[in-house]
Ligand binder design. Structure first.
Ligand SMILES: *[C@@H]1O[C@H](CO)[C@@H](O)[C@H](O)[C@H]1NC(C)=O
Ligand SMILES: *[C@@H]1O[C@H](CO)[C@@H](O)[C@H](O)[C@H]1NC(C)=O
Length: 899
């Protein structure tokens, strides 16, 4: 038997399609053994005894890619039941690898002991030199499926195990599937690297139906999560845009940490274990069903005896402000400690409820280790930011100084602008073979200027606005756009003969398809590019409207009209992808809202028709989340926005579920609210590889869907837990100096932010449009504030909240179903009384920002019958369908709302 690797397939695949042979090292030709427990029906391959199929009882949904097993039966292709390890005799010297998948042989079937459904000895499929006798059992664990390994040291000297991993396979193979089949058949998984509280969660991609959790069976911490290398065959395309690839649950990781991962700071302390001669170690995992789906995952984990943590507002938290942590476990807490020491102060508020306050000077990753009285260890992973205000001002400053490109001799006309930046080289990216990164278009090239302009909408700065006006007047409008509002795909391009005076770097390979010439770069056919330009104009519209003295070159009407015309131009027939949901297009909704508020009725009606036509189309599609990629997590935002706007309830609900299908919540800042993205490093990052990206722009954008859905249904607190994690993501990308990276590399050999700013901007736009202070009544944990610090008086009759989030202009009071938004200044604090429904807002000028004469306050209620009016202060007038509240130059104004 022989098989072709991917690289060969690219040249011959079309000729051979389907004819590429694939080895059957697993022995699938000899069939399967079916094993059932109360909660599962499973199949293991008879020869290899690895898991081939896993279906919850009463369901037909298979969490494993059994339908592709013949394409995954070769050596080096991993399945549940495989084991990888590294060992050495004694306690020094080189490590030796053991791996049950490398050279498969049928294992030796053993008579299954008590509780075991199948058992085997792995000796035939491991190297003969391994001094360990490995036994594997598939177990019935209280109706769940268990997988347990017993490892015996059969030699006569101690053996140190420096790595031990269980490959984790799920049906996340989208290759060659129709979108409807992907949605029907596939699942996505993510880890919680929480040691004894660690687990893997998996759920159908569509976000509905039972979910699956894999928790420790016995003493089996989830210490590290290692990406597995597999051969990539055409039939599945391992490690591609349609198949991210698999990982393994690592119980022990020392051998990798000291070698391949030596440059990275691991999530958990790498460890090893030593087995004395004749002794054994046991490790295992347990598969359980969360029958209620994703919202039921914490409870399914808890039922296995595994501790569960719930952090509010999540795990990306500002220094100096308290956040909350709730723990649920079989045993009491014995100790809690932070790493670095002193980074987090912990105070017990009541039983199992803690206040976590990062030190006022700390910044960066902080790990909280909880030790329970029964000996279990749990790690909870935080990312501490500066205060929200400082984080935003750092970002604005960095973008408009370090990333400010002012070489007006540039033949591409890119100056002055806020350009892509390479933080590792400490320089602006003026050239990249992916021309758009240096060409001020595409997500990869707009990240910097989009973040800089969107920042002004929530925290304007006079000097920054002046620079951005120059950018708009001298680059964005005359060069990135054509004079009929079309948007180019890049204004940097590769044309050495046309531009002999320009020195293209000789260190760059310019032969790739991404090194467009002028014609290709100046094409105006990519609808995605229009969103960023419209968002930049809309942000400046907001500045011009609330802070008119800050703008010098145009008034608000010009900016709003530019935004509007750009959106409409993007909807014309010569622009591709405009019938798909576009990342960031929630800003189209903001533009429509502002046109309406400004009584620009004809523009509002044109925009409404254009959006309605798309929404109607989506409402008729089974999977309306198309993209320029084969599978994506970008279309949902627009589909949801307009489905909700036009009252297409089924599509709106389906879309929320779709987002929940790829956006998990776990007690780790990196995965909490981290919408699945895994290929955009190739298009916008410096380190180009396919890997689970942490807080790429999907987090901030998909959070818009969940936060909006939550505002409409404040009883569904899961939406807020995930959504707030997502909207906080873009804060973690901003480093101490103010540089914002495209995403964080999750592979354990790297664990760092990408060097490029790349496509950071759209996620930040999501934060601007969706973040705020959210108050919710949680079924288990009571009244909670996300993006604020809550206190109650009069036995809880009056609730006071101090805002701490990055967007202090949006407040959602869940128990009253009311959303309050101001366009200027800042809501310093607010209070409300649930019984009467009254709300009081304390407005102030934004700290460190220019002064606004007034703020317009908009009040939206979930119950249309509830109408609020402003009772104090005097001098409040109606404006733009809201209330105009004069702001004092110094000090606060208290606005009282009565329903
Ligand atoms: C290895 O373990 C099996 C049980 O899986 C046992 O039957 C066998 O005797 C052991 N071999 C050695 C060399 O200890
Ligand atoms: C560009 O900016 C640098 C640094 O701020 C400054 O020294 C230089 O004079 C500027 N050049 C132009 C052409 O404005």
């Amino acid at each position: 038997m022989f098989c072709f690797y991917r690289i060969i397939i690219f040249t011959v695949a079309t000729l051979l399609s389907g004819a590429v042979c694939q080895s059957d090292n697993l022995g699938i030709k000899n069939g399967y053994i079916t094993i059932t427990t109360a909660n599962f029906k499973a199949q293991i391959v008879r020869d290899a005894q690895v898991l081939a199929s896993l279906t919850p009882t009463g369901s037909t949904f298979d969490f494993l890619p059994k339908d592709l097993i013949s394409a995954r039966a070769g050596n080096g292709q991993y399945h549940w039941g495989d084991i990888t390890f590294r060992y050495r005799r004694g306690s020094s010297g080189a490590w030796t690898d053991g791996n049950s998948a490398t050279a498969r042989k049928a294992v030796t079937s053993l008579r299954a002991g008590t509780g075991a459904l199948a058992a085997s000895n792995l000796a035939p499929t491991l190297p003969a030199t391994v001094p360990l006798n490995v036994t594997r059992e598939w177990l019935d664990v209280e109706g769940d499926l268990g997988l347990r390994f017993t490892i015996e040291n059969t030699g006569n000297s101690p053996v140190e195990i420096g790595s031990l991993g269980f490959p984790a396979e799920f049906n996340s193979i989208f290759t060659n599937r129709l979108a409807t089949d992907t949605q029907r058949l596939c699942s996505l998984s993510d880890p919680y690297l929480g040691m004894d509280a660690g687990y893997i969660r998996a759920n159908p991609v569509r976000g509905t139906g039972a979910a699956l959790v894999v928790t420790p069976l016995g003493d089996t911490p989830l210490e590290a999560y290692r990406n597995l290398a597999e051969p990539s065959y055409a039939a599945t395309g391992y490690g591609s845009q349609t198949f991210e690839g698999f990982y393994e649950w690592q119980v022990l990781s020392k051998a990798w940490a000291e070698k391949e991962w030596a440059g990275a700071k691991p999530w958990n302390t790498p460890s090893s274990r030593t087995i004395p001669p004749g002794e054994t170690l046991q490790f295992g995992v347990r598969f359980s069903v969360a029958p209620g789906g994703v919202r039921d995952i914490d409870s399914a984990v808890r039922k296995t005896g595994t501790p569960v943590a719930f952090g509010v507002p999540g795990y990306i938290i500002p220094r100096g402000s308290p956040s909350q942590l709730f723990l649920q476990a079989d045993a009491g807490v014995q100790s809690m400690a932070s790493d670095p020491a002193g980074s987090l102060a912990v105070e017990e508020v009541s039983e199992a409820s803690y206040s976590i306050t990062p030190a006022s000077t700390f910044w960066g990753r902080a790990k909280l280790t909880v030790i329970y009285a029964d000996g279990k260890t749990q790690t909870i992973h935080y990312h501490v930011t500066k205060s929200a205000t400082d984080t935003l001002s750092d970002l604005g400053k960095f973008l408009t100084t370090e990333q400010w490109y002012n070489d007006t001799s540039d033949p591409f006309g890119r100056a002055p602008s806020v350009m892509s930046y390479d933080y590792e080289a400490r320089s602006i990216v003026t050239q990249d073979p992916r021309v758009w990164i240096a060409g001020l278009s595409d997500e990869g090239g707009v990240g910097a200027y989009l973040a800089a302009t969107a920042k002004q909408a929530i925290q304007p700065d006079a000097a920054e606005v002046t620079k951005l006006e120059a950018f708009i007047d001298q680059v964005l409008w005359p060069t990135v756009q054509t004079d009929d509002f079309a948007v180019k795909k890049s204004i940097f391009y590769y044309d050495p003969s046309g531009l002999p005076q320009y020195s293209y770097s000789s260190n760059i390979d310019w032969t790739s398809w991404t090194s467009w010439n002028e014609d290709a770069a100046y094409a105006i056919d990519r609808a995605y590019d229009y969103v960023h330009v419209a968002a930049a104009y809309w942000s400046l519209y907001r500045v011009a409207r609330a802070y008119p003295s800050l703008v010098k070159t145009h008034d608000w009407e010009w900016y709003l009209n530019q935004a509007y015309r750009t959106v409409i131009r993007g909807m014309q027939n010569d622009v591709g992808y405009n019938r798909l949901g576009l990342m960031g297009e929630t800003v189209f909704g903001e533009i429509l809202t502002d046109l309406t508020r400004e009584a620009l009725t004809s523009q509002a009606s044109t925009l409404t028709s254009a959006m309605k036509s798309r929404a109607t189309q989506w409402d008729g599609e089974e999977v309306p989340y198309g993209s320029e990629m084969a599978w994506d997590s970008t279309g949902q935002e627009g589909v949801y926005y307009w489905a909700k706007y036009f009252g297409l309830a089924n599509t709106a609900t389906k879309t929320v579920n779709s987002v929940l299908g790829y956006m998990p919540t776990v007690p780790h800042w990196g995965w909490n609210g981290n919408a699945r993205r895994y290929w955009d490093n190739v298009y916008g990052g410096k380190l180009k590889r396919i890997e689970r990206q942490i807080h790429h722009y999907g987090s901030g954008l998909n959070a818009l869907v969940l936060l909006s859905a939550f505002r409409s249904d404040p009883a569904d607190t899961y939406l807020l837990q995930v959504g707030y994690g997502g909207t906080s993501g873009p804060l973690s990308n901003i480093n101490e100096a103010g540089f914002a990276a495209a995403s964080f590399h999750s592979w354990p050999d790297t664990l760092k932010w990408d060097g490029y700013s790349g496509d950071y901007g759209p996620g930040f736009l999501g934060l601007v449009l969706g973040s705020g202070t959210y108050i919710v009544r949680h079924e288990a944990f009571g009244l909670l504030a996300y993006g604020g610090v809550l206190s109650a008086e009069g036995n809880g009759a009056v609730v006071n909240v101090q805002t701490t989030g990055p967007v202090s202009r949006r407040v959602f009071v869940g128990p009253l179903g009311v959303t309050l938004t101001v366009d200027a200044g800042s809501v310093r604090s607010f209070s409300y009384e649930e019984a009467s429904g009254s709300v009081s807002l304390t407005l102030t000028q934004l700290p460190g920002a220019p002064k606004a004469a007034a703020a317009v306050l908009w009040i939206e209620t979930n119950d249309a019958a509830v109408k609020y009016r402003v009772s104090t202060p005097s001098g409040v007038t109606s404006e733009r369908l809201g209330w105009r509240v004069p702001l004092p130059a110094n000090g606060d104004v208290v606005v009282e709302l009565r329903s």
